[in-house]
Structures are given as structure tokens and as C-alpha cells.
Write a protein that binds this ligand. Structure first.
Ligand code: RB5
Length: 149
């Protein structure tokens, strides 16, 4: 499993902790920035990670900003990306099982470190259930086709 990570300055400390956590589990990762605490724009990093996930070079992405809101909104503009903002473990497995989310978004200012790492583990270990959920995702793809011309 290869994971692409990205954050803005507000999400940098949590992203670094997630990277340490994933490396300790021997999960392959690549960090697409930002790398410093200098103020930057979350859409830039959302796009880098979303494009890597869309191309299937990476199976999943993890994005962090202050709230997780801006970076998830930006990632979801890329067709085929289903970025789920999670602040609890129920959402972390439901977004995989029902929505086949391919990016997990987290808010550094919202969740504590312990919860954030549990959310990451839960997201990465849950599996898409297909069936009626696939039909609903297909309808999202139809919306993308209608508006992304
Ligand atoms: C940066 O201050 C902050 O606006 C950003 O990290 C994020 O929370 C936006 O949604």
C-alpha cells in the first residue's frame, strides 16, 4: 500500500506525526509538502496528492489542514477523488465501506493526535462494500461527467 500525504502549514505538525506512525508500520509513503511552517495555500497540496491518487500511483491520500475543510473541498474538485473529512472513527470506516473514499482529510485544529492516528488506522484497514454503494458512487461519477467538460 502506497500513501500520498500533503498538508498546508496549519496541518504540518499532524502530517509529520502521521508520517512517523505510518513508517513505524512499514507502510510506504511520500510527502508532497508543504515542508515548512511558512504560510501557504492548501489547494496546492490538495491537487498534488489528488492527482497522484487519481492516476493510481498511490492507493490512498491523506491531507491535513487546519480544519480539513478547505483541503478536502479542493481535493474533491478532481474527478474520481472522494475525499472524506473525518473527525471520528465511525466516519473513518464508513467512508471506506460506503463511499469508497480514496483520500482521508483531517483537521489539525480539530482532532487530537491519538484520535487522528486511530482515524488513519481505521480508514486504511476498512474495505469498500460495493453493491448498492457502488451504484451511488456511479451516480457521483455521472455528475462529474456532466459538469467536467
Ligand atoms: C489556514 O489558516 C486555514 O485556513 C487552513 O488550514 C484550513 O483550515 C482551511 O480550510
Amino acid at each position: 500500500m502506497k500513501i500520498a500525504l500533503g498538508s498546508d502549514h496549519a496541518g504540518l505538525p499532524l502530517k509529520e506525526e502521521i508520517i512517523k506512525h505510518l513508517k513505524s508500520k512499514h507502510i510506504e509513503i511520500k510527502d508532497f509538502g508543504t515542508y515548512t511552517e511558512e504560510s501557504c495555500d492548501y489547494p496546492d497540496f490538495a491537487l498534488k496528492v489528488a492527482e497522484k491518487v487519481k492516476s493510481k500511483e498511490f492507493e490512498f491520500g491523506i491531507l491535513v489542514c487546519g480544519t480539513g475543510i478547505g483541503i478536502s473541498i479542493a481535493a474533491n474538485k478532481v474527478p474520481g477523488i472522494r475525499a472524506a473529512l473525518c473527525s471520528d472513527t465511525f466516519s473513518a470506516h464508513a467512508c471506506r465501506e460506503h463511499n469508497n473514499a480514496n483520500i482521508l482529510a483531517l483537521g489539525q485544529r480539530i482532532v487530537g493526535l491519538g484520535l487522528a492516528l486511530d482515524i488513519v488506522d481505521t480508514f486504511l484497514s476498512a474495505e469498500f462494500q460495493g453493491d448498492r454503494h457502488q451504484r451511488r458512487i456511479d451516480k457521483i461519477s455521472e455528475v462529474e461527467k456532466k459538469y467536467c467538460k
